[in-house]
Design a protein around this ligand. Structure first.
Ligand SMILES: CC(C)(COP(=O)(O)OP(=O)(O)OC[C@H]1O[C@@H](n2cnc3c(N)ncnc32)[C@H](O)[C@@H]1OP(=O)(O)O)[C@@H](O)C(=O)NCCC(=O)NCCS
Length: 166
């Protein structure tokens, strides 16, 4: 089985091996099918009137991006984020149901944090808004040192916020 983590937009590490078409299609599918009534749903209502190409263009301009865990080109886990200046906001983390509770989201989050730290100009991240039990647990674990990050982090101001210390 070929396993790889690929990323697009807003993070420095766009791997040349990545299947760009696969990532773009995944991003588009998710953008066209957001949780009804979610912030993203409201903020991108214009998506109904634009082509896939235009939607993708604007998602990138608005600095939306994702990190995917692929196994044989199948998406097993995703993180979606948006960059705002020196901040990177994780607003969706997901592992397919048959593979949950194997530590996959934890691995994804660790990779995402390391990549954020390695991306010039990103000083703070927000690990969701703190209203999901699993994500809140992961957030506290990050701050407690359980993710064994190769750099220091401190608790930021407000739920989900983490300062990356260089
Ligand atoms: C939440 C989700 C991403 C976790 O993915 P996963 O790959 O099963 O997670 P992991 O196995 O890596 O577990 C990560 C940690 O969270 C904990 N955890 C997992 N589900 C949990 C839950 N429902 N409540 C509290 N903690 C939970 C695990 O015990 C683990 O903690 P540990 O590191 O102390 O052992 C997955 O259940 C999912 O996709 N759910 C649907 C989408 C969703 O609700 N996303 C969150 C909101 S954006």
């Amino acid at each position: 089985m070929v396993t790889q983590i690929v990323r697009t937009n807003g993070l420095i590490d766009i791997e040349t091996t990545a299947s760009v078409a696969l990532m773009n299609n995944y991003l588009l599918h998710w953008a066209r099918n957001p949780d009804p009534g979610s912030w993203f749903d409201w903020m991108t209502f214009w998506r109904h009137w634009v082509s896939d190409q235009t939607l993708l263009h604007w998602l990138f301009r608005l600095r939306y991006g994702c990190q995917l865990l692929l196994e044989d080109e199948n998406v097993v886990s995703h993180i979606f984020h948006q960059r705002h200046g020196d901040e990177l906001h994780l607003f969706s983390i997901f592992t397919i149901e048959p593979r949950q509770n194997e530590g996959i989201a934890k691995r994804m989050l660790r990779e995402w944090l390391v990549t954020a730290w390695n991306t010039p100009g990103i000083n703070k991240v927000r690990i969701s808004a703190g209203n999901d039990e699993a994500v809140a647990h992961m957030y506290e674990s990050v701050l407690s040192g359980a993710y064994h990050l190769p750099f220091e982090v401190t608790r930021g101001n407000g739920p989900g916020w983490v300062n990356l210390i260089r």
